[in-house]
Design a protein around this ligand. Structure first.
Ligand code: ADP
Ligand code: GN1
Ligand code: MG
Length: 366
């Protein structure tokens, strides 16, 4: 209760900087995100809050992150009457939307979205549909957001060729002597390097519209209403940046249409559920009906490349000693790499069927 035992932060002092309703009584680590440190805070007035310390190793400009996040929240909040449909930042006593501590760490506090659910895997097809529709709608709602005002919080975030360059450097350095044990995974990645640049080439050529995208569209980044199970609110806005629709669709498929968890140790359980792929496509297109014909055509490519890229990132981090993604067991990032590459292979096997689904569901649109 007194301090975050891992790092010795004075939690009481940090929490005390925010204008909470009631006196803070209790806090504990919360959630299963890989990047930020998240805490649940309860007060004597029965209110709950989500406190987060932004990971500075991942986000070198945490103030820029907060500027993006608060601008996006303000934009979305102005377009809904229902306060539960939008994240709410709790200000500090000085009236700012984040607190910086003596060590330069940046902390923020959200009102807890009550009566909500955050799922690690869909429990029924409707859950997946709802999350995909929410991410599609997020893209659609932000279509008139002034994209040029957004900071690039992680440069080249979904620039897959850049991710390959980082992988090659990690293989070459082999800091932890792990490359030999991951030879099969390295070969799998490198065999696909050329095709991995396809979306980036289309983006560079201006063939696809740049949109304001979320860029991290996992199922656990959408809150559902616990009673109706309808999507309530998209969360985790740290990576909102200009991007392609295929990124958000693709990451939604990668996580939500998979037959196993991202870190399933028995990677043979991993594959693509075509049924779930169809559900994601249906949801995403319903949420964002204005995609261009070429955008719709590139949706399967988005699914494959976001999965391949994520595997490449897990593999790079494994080779570099697990410095980026939170790990909870030895070999965790290698397990994650294997599931992602297994999923890519299954998408390759089901490629024609995937393309047929997106073509059929896109029929009759512009
Ligand atoms: P990370 O970047 O580490 O993934 P998130 O912003 O996704 O961090 O938060 C981690 C988890 O905390 C979420 O998956 C969700 O369970 C929970 N969470 C975040 N914000 C809220 C909120 N406003 N209300 C309720 N739960 C939340
Ligand atoms: C991270 O923060 P979280 O857990 O929602 C990562 C995503 C990866 C994802 C893989 C800022 O997302 O890019 O796809 O893990 N976020 C960042 O699960 O790197
Ligand atoms: Mg998250």
């Amino acid at each position: 209760m007194a301090a975050d035992r891992n790092r010795g932060y004075d939690m009481e002092q940090i929490i005390g900087r925010f204008c909470l309703e009631g006196r803070p009584l209790f806090w504990e680590p919360y959630g299963s995100g890989h990047i930020n440190r998240t805490y649940l805070v309860r007060t004597g007035a029965g209110r709950r809050y989500i406190l987060q310390r932004i990971n500075r190793a991942v986000f070198p400009d945490p103030v820029g992150v907060m500027e993006n996040v608060s601008a996006v929240i303000a934009f979305l909040a102005a377009r809904t009457e229902d306060s539960r449909r939008c994240l709410r930042l709790t200000p500090t006593r000085e009236g700012t939307l984040y607190a910086r501590d003596g060590e330069g760490e940046v902390w923020r506090m959200y009102g807890y979205l009550e009566d909500s659910l955050c799922l690690q895997a869909p429990e029924r097809p409707e859950d997946l549909y709802e999350s995909a529709a929410a991410f599609g709608a997020f893209l659609s709602q932000l279509s008139d957001f002034p994209a040029e005002t957004l900071r690039e919080t992680i440069p080249d975030f979904h620039n897959t060729p850049h991710r390959y360059r980082q992988l090659r450097a990690a293989v070459e350095q082999d800091l932890c002597g792990r490359a030999k044990g991951a030879a099969r995974e390295i070969d799998f990645a490198l065999a696909r390097e050329r095709e991995a640049g396809a979306l980036q080439s289309l983006r560079d050529a201006g063939a696809l519209p740049t949109r304001v995208t979320h860029n991290d569209t996992k199922l656990n980044n959408v809150m559902l209403d616990a009673r109706t199970r309808k999507a309530l609110c998209v969360i985790d806005l740290d990576t909102v940046m200009p991007g392609l629709a295929a990124y958000d669709f693709g990451d939604c498929v990668r996580f939500g249409a998979a037959t196993a968890a991202e870190d399933e140790p028995d990677w043979e359980k991993m594959g693509l559920s075509l049924e779930a792929f169809e559900t994601v496509t249906r949801g995403f297109l319903a949420g964002c009906p204005q995609l261009t014909a070429l955008e719709r055509q590139t949706l399967p490519l988005g699914a494959k490349l976001m999965t391949l890229e994520c595997g490449v990132r897990f593999l790079t981090d494994y080779l570099q000693g697990d410095r980026y993604f939170a790990v909870h067991r030895p070999g965790h990032n290698l397990d994650r790499t294997r599931t992602q590459f297994r999923l890519v292979a299954d998408m390759e096997a089901k490629w024609n069927a995937m393309a047929a689904v997106t073509a059929r569901l896109g029929e009759g649109k512009n």
